[in-house]
Every structure is written in C-alpha cells, then in structure tokens.
Design a protein around this ligand. Structure first.
Ligand SMILES: NC(=O)c1ccc[n+]([C@@H]2O[C@H](COP(=O)([O-])OP(=O)(O)OC[C@H]3O[C@@H](n4cnc5c(N)ncnc54)[C@H](OP(=O)(O)O)[C@@H]3O)[C@@H](O)[C@H]2O)c1
Length: 355
C-alpha cells in the first residue's frame, strides 16, 4: 500500500497515556495516517505539549474538539477510530460520532479501549459499573475478545478486553478450552502505575507505589466479571476466576500467575507443549520454558508466557505491556484485521529490553 492510500486514523481521549501510545504506534504504522486527536480538555493545544517524545512525528499537530473530530469522521468515506476515552464517557462519544457518520454515509471502523463495549448486554455492564449504559443499541455492533482467541469477527466494531484481562485470558483460555483443568482459576496479577492513567490519586501516586507492593480490590476487582464472561465466550467453558490484583513498583507492564487443578496429572513439558501448539500461529504470543519477565515485553505488543505442572497443580505465568498489548497495541492489532491489513502491521518492534 503506498503512502497515498493510507487509511485515515482518529484517536479519542487525546491527552491520556493510552492515547499517547496510540499516537506513537500510528507514527510508525505503514498503512495508517493520523488525521485528528480529539481532546475534551485541550482543544487547540499542541499535542507535543503533552507528549514531547512525539514532537518529531507530529510537530504541528493540535488537539481537535469532539465536535470537529465527529465532523471529520463523518466527512471521510472510511476511517479507523480508536477510543482511549474513560469508561462511562467513551460510549456516548462513539455513539454521537457513529450517528453523524451514518447520516453522511461514512463507514468508520471503531476499536473502543474503554470498558464500555466489553459486555454483551447493557444490564451486565450496569451491574458492574453502577450507571446506565448510554448507548445500549450499539452494543450488538461490538465484539470483545483477545485477537488471538477469535478467528472470525462478525461485528463491525470491537471492544478491547483491557490490560489485566488480556494477560489473564492468554494464560487461562487454553487451559479451559483444551479441558486440562477444573474450571476454578486462582489469579494473582501485578500491574505498573500507568495502568491507573494520567491523574494521580492517593493510592496510585508515585511516592505511594514506589519501592512497595500491595494488593487491592482482592476478589472484588471490576475486571473479574469481564474476564469470566470473555473466558466463557472464548473457551466454551463456564469457569470461576478468583483474582487478586497488586500494585507493582514500576511504571508499565503486567505479570499474572494463574493457578488451577489439573483434571489429570501433567508434566511441565506436556503443558508447555500444549501452549506452544495453541499459540503456534499467534505471532505476538511467545511460549517458552523460561519464566516470563516484564522487561522482555514492555513497550512492545508481545506477550511472553510459560507454564509449570506439579502433579495436579498447574501454574501459568504471562507478561504483557499494559499500554501496548493490553491497550493501544491490541487495539491496532484488531484494527489491522478489520481493515484487511497484515495483523502485525506497525506492531513488530521488539521491547527495548532495558527500561
Ligand atoms: N492505562 C492502561 O494501562 C489501560 C489499559 C487498558 C485499557 N485502558 C482504558 O483506556 C482508556 C484510557 O486509559 P488511560 O490510562 O489513557 O487514561 P488517562 O490517562 O486517565 O486518560 C484518559 C483521557 O480521557 C479523556 N477524558 C477524561 N475525561 C473525559 C470526559 N469527561 N470526556 C471526554 N474525555 C475525557 C482525557 O483526555 P482529553 O481531555 O484530552 O480528552 C484523559 O486524558 C480508559 O478507558 C482505560 O480504562 C487503560
């Protein structure tokens, strides 16, 4: 595809961490061309003010208002819309954008990285988020899945499963789908501070998290019902997930450990081989016998995974970058598929290794 044929891309939630990673990935993407970055709070301000590291890629780019962004998308025959707005906000932004586009015959494709289109019913969303879903009629147009775990997409748009869920599902779905375990999984996950977004709070501020490790929302995290529903959809098995998240003393990356009871005694080599086979055609999932380390995936779209079996107990470890594979990179991966591009386009850069 030549430069003249690049597909216009638009980012919502423009000053956030995930938006910054979307811009960085689009800057290096061979087939996408950034046309607008919407900001609710900073329209007219230079993007480089918030992301100085992207100044050479977008020297003159300024944030656009939601209204101007909506008008732009409605004027383009097709476009790639990536929403990194907060949950509870994204559904309304996307609904008005899609309504305007439809009225002009425009056909954007959307990946929503917020939680707004992860559930298949408004009632399921509202039970967890405790506010009405603002655009329930749009839910049927979105599918939520990890790209490696859904072969055929049957909806026009996609909801990204999120960062913890990506790592947990990559580690858990093969165990369930291959019938290797009893359907009760114990998950411990450690996340870096960028997982909490740009605005510091008492529990997420750097002096609080630095040189410390602590759990939060044990067995009650809001992503647990999402993981449970997505694991059932991907594996065909209803399972219980007992999830304890932790705050890690690093800026980016997620490490999860999934433990379960094997249905029959397994050897480590058999378990690793089963995962290797499951992800044989998945470029971004690297299975091996070495224990995965966050620094080997941070800032990349790769997931590293390993597994150990001891009699009837299995443990699977998975690492991803929360902002890339767990958000912006996973979203670009889906968008590549939706646009008929190579799934790996713009996403093959390895991790720096030292961060
Ligand atoms: N951080 C992660 O690791 C991660 C991983 C997976 C998924 N996610 C999801 O991705 C989304 C973005 O996360 P983030 O970490 O980038 O969050 P963030 O740093 O807090 O940024 C979110 C951005 O959304 C915009 N925003 C805030 N309130 C808004 C409102 N009322 N109306 C319109 N826009 C508003 C703001 O940008 P403007 O004012 O410029 O519009 C803000 O900078 C969230 O839905 C989050 O749950 C995050």
């Amino acid at each position: 595809m030549s430069g003249a044929q690049k597909i216009p891309a638009v980012v919502l939630g423009g000053t956030g961490y995930v938006a910054g990673e979307l811009l960085r990935l689009i800057a290096g993407h061979p087939n996408l061309e950034l046309k607008a970055v919407a900001s609710d709070s900073q329209p007219g301000e230079p993007v480089a003010k918030f992301f100085p590291h992207l100044r050479s890629s977008f020297p003159d780019l300024k944030y656009t208002s939601q209204e101007d962004t909506t008008a732009l998308v409605a004027s383009l025959p097709t476009s790639a819309v990536l929403s990194a707005a907060p949950h509870g906000v994204s559904h309304a932004l996307l609904d008005s954008l899609l309504t305007a586009a439809e009225s002009k015959g425009a056909k954007p494709r959307v990946v929503d990285i917020s939680a707004d289109y992860r559930y298949s019913t408004a009632a399921a969303y509202e039970a967890v988020y405790k506010h009405p879903h603002g655009a329930p009629d749009r839910i049927k147009d979105f599918t939520c899945a990890v790209p490696e775990q859904l072969k055929t997409l049957t909806t026009r748009h996609v909801g990204h499963p999120g960062c913890f869920a990506t790592a947990i599902l990559l580690a858990s779905v093969p165990l369930l789908k291959l019938g290797l375990i009893e359907p009760r999984l114990f998950v411990s996950g450690v996340t870096g501070s960028t997982g909490a977004g740009r605005t510091p709070t008492a529990g997420t501020h750097h002096p609080q998290r630095h040189s410390d490790l602590y759990s939060y929302n044990a067995l009650g995290h809001r992503h647990t019902p999402e993981v449970t529903a997505l694991a059932t959809a991907a594996s065909g098995i209803a399972a219980d997930f007992c999830f304890v998240p932790h705050s890690g003393p690093f800026a980016r990356g997620i490490h999860v450990t999934v433990q379960a009871t094997a249905r029959k005694p397994l050897k480590t080599a058999e378990l690793v081989a089963a995962f290797e086979e499951f992800y044989r055609d998945s470029y971004f999932v690297r299975v091996g016998s070495d224990m995965p380390r966050i620094k080997d995936v941070v800032a990349s779209n790769f997931a590293n995974l390993s597994a150990v079996a001891s009699g009837e107990t299995v443990a699977v470890m998975c690492v991803v970058d929360n902002l890339v594979k767990g958000a912006a990179g996973g979203a670009v991966q889906w968008m590549n598929r939706m646009l008929g591009l190579a799934e790996t386009a713009g996403l093959t850069a390895p991790a720096p290794g030292w961060t």
